[in-house]
Design a protein around this ligand. Structure first.
Ligand code: SAM
Length: 292
């Protein structure tokens, strides 16, 4: 439909009408392809009972398609210049609320309670601002919000990291953190040309489905995440060497670390990138025995 916002024609008309200029620093690459939008929508499984959180609605290309299908849409947009444009483009819909706030500073939990409490499920659907993909996702996941799933577009390289398995180049502490809370599926690769202006990188739509319980049982989440991050500080070093240089404050001797690794079933000369979530969980749950 030529009237959809996610078309080059309508987007150009809106840019002209409002004299809007893109801010690269805010990751403003607007979608101008209805096909990609339709794929995002169908991957998200929206129903008329869903409450949607969108991060960065831009001029509303995705928002309007969400509004047509969901019960309510709550969109966080940092750029105040877009607010009057969204008021215009969203005027046919009475189920969209736009909050002019930085998603990294917003009280999302309170906003869900205020705006989406009558929805049966909460889904995040967004074409993310790529410069803050990781803090946005980790921030939402760590808050244990009642979000059922996330269908989000991000730069391809970051999407590859989210879904990476051990012993691959993309596997790291981000893969582990996201896979601790969710199952990760790749939905589609998206070429640069469907955005205005085109970004420098290819994109990936990823679906994260929140697990009923974290993927592995850990007694101390903070310690688990600390150990996973430390294991990748120097990727080419062994897990033993990484832990020796990082866990200084623990007052452990080399022999203690070797003993802890071995009793957790991890060969000290392995590289951190080869360890699974289960092995990191084992390490963190055994740590206290050696930390006296
Ligand atoms: N959803 C629109 C689309 O697909 O056409 C725009 C997507 S664009 C990739 C990212 C959007 O996020 C921009 O509208 C930008 O202004 C907004 N944004 C950037 N940083 C933000 C932040 N910290 N909080 C909320 N929105 C942000």
């Amino acid at each position: 439909n030529y009237k959809d916002i996610a078309t080059p024609l309508r987007t150009k008309m809106l840019l002209d009408k409002y004299g809007f200029s893109f801010k690269k620093s805010l990751g403003q690459n607007f979608l101008v392809d209805t096909n990609v939008i339709n794929n995002i929508i169908s991957a998200s499984g929206i129903t008329e009972k869903s409450g949607i959180i969108e991060i960065g609605p831009g001029m509303g290309s995705l928002t309007e398609q969400l509004a047509k299908r969901a019960k309510k849409v709550l969109a966080f947009e940092i750029d105040q210049r877009l607010i009057p444009i969204l008021e215009d483009t969203m005027s046919p819909y009475d189920n969209v609320t736009v909050i002019n706030e930085d998603i990294l500073k917003a009280d999302v939990k309170a906003a869900i309670e205020t705006h989406l409490s009558d929805c049966e499920e909460i889904l995040v659907v967004a074409n993310l601002p790529y410069y803050i993909t990781t803090p946005i996702l980790m921030g939402l996941l760590e808050q244990h919000l009642p979000i059922k799933s996330y269908v989000v577009m991000m730069q391809k390289e970051v999407g590859d990291r989210l879904s990476a398995v051990p012993s691959t180049k993309s596997y790291g502490s981000l893969s582990i953190a996201v896979q601790y809370y969710t199952t990760v599926e790749k939905v589609m690769v998206v070429p640069k040309g469907v955005f205005m202006p085109p970004p420098n990188v290819d994109s990936l739509v990823v679906k994260l489905t929140t697990l009923p319980h974290p993927a592995v049982q850990v007694e101390d989440e903070a310690l688990f995440f600390k150990l996973t991050r430390s294991a990748f500080v120097q990727r080419r070093k062994t897990i033993l060497n990484n832990y020796m240089s990082v866990i200084k404050e623990s007052k452990l001797y080399k022999e203690d670390i070797i003993k802890w690794l071995e009793e957790s079933g991890v060969e000290p000369n392995r590289r951190g990138e080869s360890l699974s979530l289960n092995e990191f969980a084992e390490l963190s749950n055994n740590f206290k025995h050696f930390n006296t």
